[in-house]
Each structure stands twice: as structure tokens, then as C-alpha cells.
Ligand binder design. Structure first.
Ligand code: HAM
Length: 436
């Protein structure tokens, strides 16, 4: 027997029954984003590796351990071969910034507001809520350094989670990690505080002490967490501008009644962040390790990629984790609209007429389905029943001769004969009376 091939570890098949959840999340994100005049952007699923190593940071977990390389299968070498390594995107932000520069979006009216929805890839150890192919909805606003921009992004996130029906399960944790001016002082103070504990830190944090000591603050290892409890607070080391920026953001959030928790140890795992950083955390998880989304300002990234200095801010929600939460909370999800009308036919001439009608009714915007095989009348009627269509059209030899069809109301059980030239109007009226 042939080997049964399974899906790769950490990936998911999204079957028809699950689709309604994905559609629900995508529609809410799109509706809320469009209302605030965000445009949709789709970027390639693979990019040059250097895009992420430069932006996210050489020493981050994502770049060091989690990227999937993309190569031509079987490694045949040809002249037009790419010399630069390519990888599957582990996030959207770097690609959006690349596109902003490459497409000259700095000449568009600023700020440029963009959203995306799609899969990203991270070679992580698969476990509950942690996948190797995961979906994100992603928001970016490029070209404004105003605290109000941070607030509008946070408001948009709050609106999305409210529409998803899970706003009472989450809290926004927020922090400011400063700018180029405050960073040297933060580094120095943290190194001074942490160095005596060097041997007690986990292996990753021992390395981080040299490369990025701020990251030690949100290490999830118990021992490291204990050590950082007495560490100097980042908020106390902010420069005057960063302090007033953060204060303005928090005041506006208070005015809008958007709930948040200050978390002075929230640093995030990507190097490009500056100033405001935030995460949407599941409050039912006491350890607060279940993060449904995260984001922040990245005021230096456009410049780092060779563009004109452009402040920016963004956020990505983890769709699988959000859907898990929606299910856990029993949020009522609208069913995906199936077919309105099912076409049943008996005999060759009836089949021809049925196909012609499916084509015409489809053009008029009606959702019509039919049996895909050579089925008996009985099994076609059974399929009509199962399809949950509101109406069934039945065409036999006699109807072909009379140029009529039989219409069965699937809920009331009654049926009537209608002339074909009146069919379209009849169906529209009948479906309207059923609120379709
Ligand atoms: P991130 O925190 O790396 O941020 O990812 C955002 C969210 O994606 C996480 O909070 C989590 O919900 C979900 N996520 C991440 N990894 C996994 C995984 N292995 N399995 C399941 N879900 C996961 C970013 O990606 C930034 N680009 C966000 C951003 C946009 N910052 C500015 N603009």
C-alpha cells in the first residue's frame, strides 16, 4: 500500500465547516479598516532573507531560528538563479515597509494606512496555539508620529475585538520602549543591573545581555522573570519627548475608555520597535502568556531600509488564537450563505434546460446549485433537502414541453407550476419574502 502523506507539523487544514470563522474574522477586520480608510495590500509570501534579518534583527528568535528558506526544488543550478537567499515571510511589517519604499508611497497623502490578511511562517516548536503556518491580520500606518495615530490604531484594534465578541476576554498591555535618544541609557542601566545575575539567566538571556538586554525583560523563563522584577523601569528612563508622547497616548485612551494595563516589561520580540509597544492579552490566562496580537511604533524602520525617515506604527492579530477564543466564548458566528435554489431535472432535454436556467439565473445574481452526477429523482430531491436551499426547481419531460417548471418551497412543503418567462421575477419575489 502506498504511504499516506500527512500535512507538515504545525500546519492546519481549514475544512469547509471551519471556514465561517475565518470569514467572520476577515470580514470584521476589513469592515473596520475600510471605515478608517485603510487600503488592502498583498505582498509576496516569500521575500529576500535580508529584508527580515535587517528589519526584525539578526539576533531575534525569528531570524536566528524560525525562518523557512525557499529554494528551487532539487537545487538544479541555472544561470538565472537567485544569488540571495529567500525565505517564507515570518510577518507582514517588513514587506509592507519594503513596498512603501519601492512604490514611492511617501508621495501619497500621509499617513498611508494599509491592512493585510494572510499566512506567515515561523519554524517554532508546534504546540497548542503555536503553529508553523499561522494567519495574521495586519495593520500599518506609515507617515505620522502623532500620539493620536497610536490612539486611533488602538481604537481600531479595540473595535475589531469588540465586533469579534471577545473584548471582555482581553486587555491591552502597553509600554513605551523609547527612541534612539533614550536607548543607550536603558541599555547601560540594564546591563549594570543584570550583569551580576549573568550565570542565573537562561542561555538565551546570557546572549541577550550582550546583544539586546531589553529583551531579557520579557523572557518567559521563570528564573529570568524573578531576576527582572527588581530591574530599572524603562518608563523612568524615557527622554522628555518620549515621556510626553506616551503620556498623551495614555490620556487619550483614558478619555476613550479603552481599557489597558501598563506593563513596564513589555518589550516585544522584534528589534524594530520604538516608543509605544502593546499586546492584546487573554485575561483568562493567569500567566498572561496567551497573546492574541501585538504591535507598536517602528519609527526608524523605513530609514533602516534606505527610505526617507518616516515614523510608523502597526499591529498584527494571530487569527488561529483569536478563533480559538471565539469558540471558547461561544460567540455566535453567521453561517456562510449557501445556495438559495436547487435545480432538479429528469431526462436529457430537462438537463439541457436546467443548465441553461442555472446560467441565466446565476447571471441575474441568484445562487443556484444542482446535482453534479447522473442521479435519480429521489437522490436529487434528497440532495436538495440537504443543501438547505429555500426553493427547489423541478424540471421533467412534461415541463420541457410546456416551457414551465415546478417550484417547491422547501420550508412550507407546497409546490406550484410557473412559466419559464416569469421564473426570474417569481424567484426574486419569493426569496425576498423569505428575507434572502
Ligand atoms: P508578533 O507579535 O510576532 O508581531 O505576532 C503577532 C501575533 O501573531 C502574536 O501576538 C500571536 O497572536 C500570533 N502568532 C505569532 N506567532 C505565532 C505562532 N507560531 N502560532 C500562532 N500564532 C502566532 C508581528 O508579527 C508584528 N509584525 C506585528 C506588527 C505589525 N508590528 C507592527 N506592525
Amino acid at each position: 500500500m502506498a504511504e499516506i502523506i500527512q500535512k507538515p507539523r504545525g500546519t492546519k487544514d481549514i475544512l469547509p465547516d471551519e471556514q465561517k470563522y475565518w470569514q467572520f474574522v476577515e470580514k470584521i477586520v476589513e469592515r473596520r479598516c475600510r471605515a478608517l480608510e485603510f487600503g488592502k495590500i498583498e505582498t509576496p509570501i516569500f521575500e529576500y532573507a535580508k529584508l527580515f534579518s535587517r528589519g526584525i534583527g539578526e539576533t531575534t528568535d525569528i531570524v536566528e531560528k524560525e525562518m523557512f528558506e525557499v529554494k528551487r526544488y532539487k537545487n538544479i543550478s541555472t544561470q538565472d538563479e537567485e544569488n540571495d537567499q529567500m525565505v517564507l515571510r515570518p510577518e507582514f511589517t517588513a514587506s509592507v515597509v519594503r513596498a512603501y519604499i519601492e512604490k514611492g508611497m511617501h508621495v501619497w497623502p500621509q499617513p498611508v494606512k494599509l491592512f493585510s490578511f494572510g499566512p506567515v511562517f515561523r519554524y517554532e516548536r508546534p504546540q497548542k496555539g503555536r503553529y508553523r503556518q499561522l494567519w495574521q491580520f495586519n495593520l500599518e500606518v506609515l507617515g505620522s508620529d502623532q500620539p493620536l495615530t497610536d490612539v486611533v490604531v488602538l481604537l481600531l484594534i479595540w473595535q475589531i475585538f469588540t465586533d469579534l465578541g471577545i473584548n471582555d476576554s482581553i486587555i491591552i498591555e502597553i509600554n513605551s520602549i523609547g527612541c534612539k535618544t533614550c536607548r543607550p541609557k536603558m541599555r547601560k542601566n540594564l546591563i549594570n543591573y543584570l550583569s551580576p545575575y549573568n550565570n542565573a539567566l537562561c542561555g538565551d538571556c546570557q546572549r541577550r545581555l550582550q546583544t539586546n538586554p531589553l529583551r531579557i525583560l520579557d523572557c518567559k523563563e521563570e528564573n529570568c522573570q524573578k531576576i527582572v522584577q527588581g530591574a530599572p523601569q524603562l518608563i523612568d528612563m524615557l527622554c522628555t519627548e518620549c515621556k510626553s508622547h506616551f503620556k498623551a497616548v495614555l490620556e487619550e485612551l483614558d478619555d476613550l475608555n479603552i481599557p489597558y494595563d501598563l506593563n513596564s516589561r513589555l518589550v516585544r520580540g522584534l528589534d524594530y520597535y520604538t516608543r509605544t509597544t502593546f499586546e492584546v492579552v487573554d485575561i483568562s490566562d493567569v500567566a498572561r502568556q496567551s497573546v492574541l496580537g501585538g504591535g507598536g511604533r517602528y519609527d526608524n524602520l523605513v530609514e533602516l531600509y534606505g527610505g526617507k525617515s518616516t515614523p510608523a506604527i502597526g499591529f498584527a492579530g494571530g487569527v488561529e488564537r483569536i478563533i480559538e477564543k471565539i469558540k471558547e466564548r461561544g460567540v455566535k458566528i453567521p453561517e456562510i450563505r449557501k445556495t438559495d435554489i436547487y435545480m432538479v431535472q429528469i431526462g436529457d432535454k430537462a438537463k439541457k434546460l436546467a443548465l441553461k436556467l442555472i446560467c441565466e439565473l446565476g447571471k441575474a445574481g441568484l445562487a443556484v446549485s444542482c446535482s453534479f452526477g447522473k442521479d435519480s429523482l429521489k437522490s436529487q430531491l434528497k440532495a436538495a433537502d440537504k443543501s438547505e436551499a429555500k426553493l427547489t426547481i423541478i424540471i421533467g419531460q412534461r415541463e420541457v414541453l410546456d416551457q414551465t417548471v415546478i417550484i417547491k418551497d422547501m420550508f412550507e412543503g407546497c409546490q406550484e407550476t410557473i412559466e419559464i418567462n416569469e421564473l426570474q421575477n417569481y424567484l426574486f419575489n419569493k426569496l425576498r419574502s423569505k428575507n434572502v
